[in-house]
Design a protein around this ligand. Structure first.
Ligand SMILES: [Zn+2]
Length: 644
């Protein structure tokens, strides 16, 4: 008998002895990090309110209880009873019964009302029908990404259970080594921005953290074939952890499956959905530019199928000697500071991913409070000695002034913006400004992936800033549903109508004017001296956005491309007013990075400054060393650090 079988038998015996004699256990199984207990008495289980919680703390495992399929009531009967238990205001939109596992997935507009106080309504459901309820939110704005991911996972349910069982056995295998060490190997993003990737290894376990591309440098992938990474074979990697969905962290996650990786990906649920959206778009853009993408959509689906979503704060076993906890990073939806607890109290490492330390309109600031942490791997995008950003309040004032001045001229405000993060932050600024009368109420048109990304944000309000989440939950005033917001879904015809119409604001991708519908808007709005082109995000060297910022006003129509209505030869004359409003960054600036470290509890002993250019990482590294007396490093790619 394998050790995992033995372990499960022992657990079954222990659980049985802990339970009252009238509750029977028919089997126990690992599914990923969870221990699933099947019982013939699910109703009695549910009646004893905190039985599961007690078992979980006694066994130090995450426990799910499910009914043995032999005792399940018929779905049509159960459906009626469930609908009687759930209050009408919950807005149930779908019930989906899975007899193989005894689960019923309830999709509702207000999941909180299905859950009830401390889970009381969920327990009532099981008490009445025996099925194990699972609740998901109906997106308040229809999202094709969310519905595609959900229906795909439903269709792949059997495969997914096999994957989870296999991962469960891997996690709970017996430790083989008596050695003790912790190492980090850098595979990318050192003294450069982009292609984030690391290997965290112990004698027992190897974990890949992030696997991104380098914007503007196609072909520069992380050093995945290093002996510390896939060089030793894809099966030697236990797990992949993804800090957030931006492509410089996620673009090559699907590629791992092409290389033969078959294990789990841990990230938050919104990160999974955004990764799906952004990697599929990445393939799309590559195809449009005539490049051969390194993988195809099949591998994106594999990645989604292998994702085990975690919530912030869940302490989760991901290997025999490693526990992972994700914490809010304040950077984009679902972004996570990833904390690894290694061994039983042996060592702790935190990877910041990308962070924003102060609160923004969208997110709470990054968490920097941990039970223990000895080494911090810290992003350094704005780590340079002069990398200070404008205060967001001042930026918002400037943006409102630009909008008011343009409105008085009867012009339109065109804002190139990244789909994820920046756009939603600007939407919140505009919504509040109109509500308070700081700017006149006018249509705000959203073009490109912005609408879809916004829909994903509204699906996961628990990942948003407290005040924003409360507004969405309790006051029923979801700012993203404001009447002024309009989704451009009618293509070129609708754009022409908007361009011919009244004063308005247009938010469109791409954020650096390198393609997408912004090219079309540029040809519509660009010649109009009464309108304003307003940059709210960083414009990289070499992009059209940067050149316009620098005063370029005669653009060959070939640059505007097929999206524009120019086409062919000639030039597009830009008469539009050009403004730049800084300060809406999703990244901490130099002060924010220092504050993150300075106020970190506990203070780390060592800091690796990564994910910044040479100057930024070295500036930050030496400042942290001098000011806070910690050992700091600005590693190069392919360096290995041994701790312990
Ligand atoms: Zn990022």
């Amino acid at each position: 008998m394998s050790t995992v079988e033995q372990q499960l038998d022992d657990l079954e015996a222990e659980i049985t002895s802990e339970l009252p004699s009238d509750i029977s256990v028919s089997s126990v199984k690992y599914e990923g990090p969870e221990l699933v207990v099947y019982t013939r008495d699910p109703k009695k289980f549910a009646q004893k309110g905190d039985l599961i919680r007690k078992l979980a703390s006694k066994l130090r495992k995450r426990i799910t209880v499910r009914p043995d399929p032999s005792v399940l009531s018929r779905p049509d009967e159960a459906r009626e009873e469930i609908m009687e238990v759930i209050p009408d205001e919950a807005g149930v939109t779908d019930l989906d019964f899975h007899a193989d596992t005894g689960e019923v997935v309830i999709e509702a507009e207000k999941p909180g009302m299905v859950i009830g106080r401390h889970g009381s309504t969920l327990r009532d459901i099981t008490k009445n029908v025996g099925w194990t309820p699972e609740v998901v939110r109906t997106p308040p704005i229809e999202s094709s990404t969310v519905s595609n991911v959900r229906s795909f996972l439903k269709q792949e349910r059997d495969d997914r259970r096999d994957i989870l069982e296999k991962v469960g056995r891997q996690i709970h295998r017996e430790e083989m080594s008596d050695d003790e060490y912790v190492r980090i190997t850098t595979l990318g993003c050192c003294r450069e921005v982009g292609r984030a990737s690391f290997i965290l290894s112990t004698p027992e376990t190897r974990i890949l953290v992030d696997c991104g591309d380098k914007p503007g440098a196609e072909g520069e992938v992380p050093y995945l074939h290093a002996p510390e990474a896939f060089g030793a074979g894809p099966e030697t990697i236990d797990a992949v952890v993804l800090t957030h969905a931006h492509l410089d962290h996620s673009a090559f996650i699907p590629l791992l499956f092409k290389y033969g990786y078959d294990g789990p990906i841990y990230c938050t649920e919104p990160t999974r959905d955004l990764m799906g959206l952004l990697t599929l778009d990445y393939l799309d853009v590559a195809a449009k530019e005539g490049r051969t993408p390194p993988y195809d959509s099949e591998q994106v689906r594999e990645a989604i199928k292998h994702t085990i979503p975690l919530e912030y704060g869940d302490v989760t076993d991901i290997a025999p000697d490693v526990k992972l906890t994700l914490h809010n990073a304040g950077h984009i939806l679902g972004s996570a500071v990833s904390h690894f607890h290694i061994g039983d109290g042996l060592y702790n490492v935190a990877f910041s991913g990308d962070i924003h330390y102060e609160d923004t309109r969208l997110f709470n600031g990054a968490v920097n409070d941990f039970p223990r942490v000895e080494t911090l791997v810290l992003e350094s995008t704005y780590g340079g000695r002069n990398d200070y950003q404008t205060d967001q309040e001042d930026s918002e004032e400037k943006l409102k002034r630009v909008i008011n001045e343009t409105y008085e001229r009867d012009g339109k405000v065109l804002i190139p913006a990244f789909a994820v993060g920046r756009s939603q932050e600007i939407m919140l600024v505009l919504e509040e400004a109109m509500r308070n009368g700081d700017i006149p109420s006018m249509p705000v048109h959203l073009d490109g992936m912005i609408w879809e990304a916004t829909a994903i944000h509204t699906t996961y309000p628990e990942y948003l800033r407290d005040e924003l989440r409360d507004r969405i939950f309790h006051e029923d005033e979801n700012p993203f549903l404001a009447d002024e917001f309009n989704h451009i879904d009618g293509g070129e015809e609708e754009r022409q109508d908007v361009a011919d119409g009244e004063p308005c604001i247009i938010l469109s991708t791409s954020g650096m004017v390198t393609g997408g519908p912004i090219m079309s808007w540029l040809s519509h709005i660009g010649p109009d001296p009464d309108s304003t082109l307003t940059f709210v995000g960083y414009q990289a060297q070499g992009t059209l956005g940067r050149r316009i910022q620098n005063g370029w006003d005669e653009i060959p129509t070939s640059e505007v491309g097929a999206m524009g209505n120019g086409g062919g030869r000639g030039t597009l004359q830009l008469n539009v007013d050009v403004e730049t409003v800084d300060g809406f960054s999703g990244h901490a600036d130099r002060a924010g990075l220092e504050n993150f470290v300075k106020t970190m509890n506990p203070r780390p002993e060592k800091v690796l400054c990564v994910h910044g250019d040479e100057r930024s990482t070295q500036d930050l590294s030496s400042a942290l060393y001098h000011d806070y007396n910690m050992r700091t490093f600005a590693p190069k790619n392919l360096e290995t650090f041994r701790f312990l």
